[in-house]
Design a protein around this ligand. Structure first.
Ligand code: GLV
Length: 325
């Protein structure tokens, strides 16, 4: 008998077709945002679920879905998974690393440049019909080339941003991470390890690329923003909750830092109302990995994990070692 899987959000039809060659698939192409109890209801009798990072997998859901064996996230981040509860319940979690690294690093740089060079703010000004003449100080921003690029969180994406900064823009790259990179990787990225305090104090541009967890909650709050240069820019392409958005809005309004670029938000898709009213912030709707080839590769990797685990016991990118149910 074919196993059953649920695809919890809308996804590429070709990925659904691939999965349908192996499983009885229930998909959600209408992209209904199910409540936790609706998700539990949909998961009854299912062995696998394809998630996108928005669906919370916790002890309550696992207890209510005794047939479930694998949750395959179409995202590199997996803070929607309670991994300890999944391991305890014998449910495997997988994520979608590597395939999005370069695309996401590209976007980190795009957001950094848009922020430092005031691209969005000046475009809004032009569209509003306010551009009547040239002025020497109109939308003067800060330079990228030759500046000091700080990176907080130096995994694969952080390293991609470091390479772009050092090799493409002649930036001095400094980073802080839970653990220091080996010397060869540091040399490849031309990156120097510093304390978090030195990173905050020295960076002209600070890019956040660390995973969200209880320990990274509000890693950048009022105290950290106060240590940054008043000319500095801050870019968050990691996860909402790493930055205290209310404190950031205050810092931007008071010009405690020059500008910020945010792709992720606390409680997204809601955005802190104060961020919507400050001009010196570029806001994008969690699109750092959003190119067609990359999103397709992420979806295919989630599908490969479902196929690999449920049919052969061999997932590609397992997050835990769950003794199967
Ligand atoms: C996107 O945010 C991801 O985690 O893949």
């Amino acid at each position: 008998m074919r196993q059953k899987i649920l695809i919890a959000r809308a996804v590429f039809p070709e990925v659904i077709a691939r999965l349908a060659q192996h499983f009885d698939v229930t998909s959600n192409q209408d992209d209904v945002l199910w409540t936790p109890s609706q998700l539990i209801e949909q998961l009854q009798g299912m062995q696998g679920v394809f998630t996108t990072g928005s669906e919370r997998i916790d002890a309550a859901l696992l207890a209510a879905c005794p047939m479930l064996k694998i949750c395959a996230n179409m995202a590199v981040g997996y803070n929607n998974f309670d991994l300890d509860a999944m391991t305890a319940a014998g449910v495997l979690g997988t994520n979608a690393p590597d395939v999005l690294t370069e695309t996401t690093a590209d976007f980190g740089f795009a957001l950094l440049m848009a922020t430092a060079r005031r691209v969005a703010e000046s475009e809004h000004f032009l569209r509003a019909g306010l551009w009547t003449r040239w002025r020497y100080d109109m939308f003067t921003g800060s330079d990228i080339h030759g500046a000091t690029l700080g990176i907080l969180g130096m995994g694969r994406i952080g390293q991609g941003i470091a390479r772009r900064g050092a090799l493409g823009f002649g930036m001095k790259v400094i980073y802080h991470n839970r653990s220091r990179l080996d010397a060869a990787t540091e040399a490849q990225c031309q990156a120097t390890y510093v304390s978090k305090q030195d990173l905050l104090k020295t960076a002209d541009h600070l890019v956040l690329v660390l995973p969200y967890s209880a320990s990274s909650h509000h890693a950048i709050g009022a105290a950290e923003l106060a240590q940054m240069k008043p000319t500095a820019t801050l870019v968050n392409i990691a996860r909402g909750g790493i930055v205290d958005d209310a404190a950031l809005a205050v810092a931007l309004r008071n010009k405690a830092i020059a500008a910020a670029g945010l792709d992720v938000f606390e409680g997204e898709p809601k955005v802190h109302p104060d961020l919507l009213t400050v001009p010196n912030v570029v806001l994008t709707p969690h699109i750092a990995s959003a190119t067609v080839p990359t999103r397709l590769a992420m979806a295919n990797l989630a599908a490969d994990n479902l196929i690999g685990y449920l049919l052969k016991g061999k997932p590609l990118t397992a997050l835990n070692a769950a003794a199967p149910r």
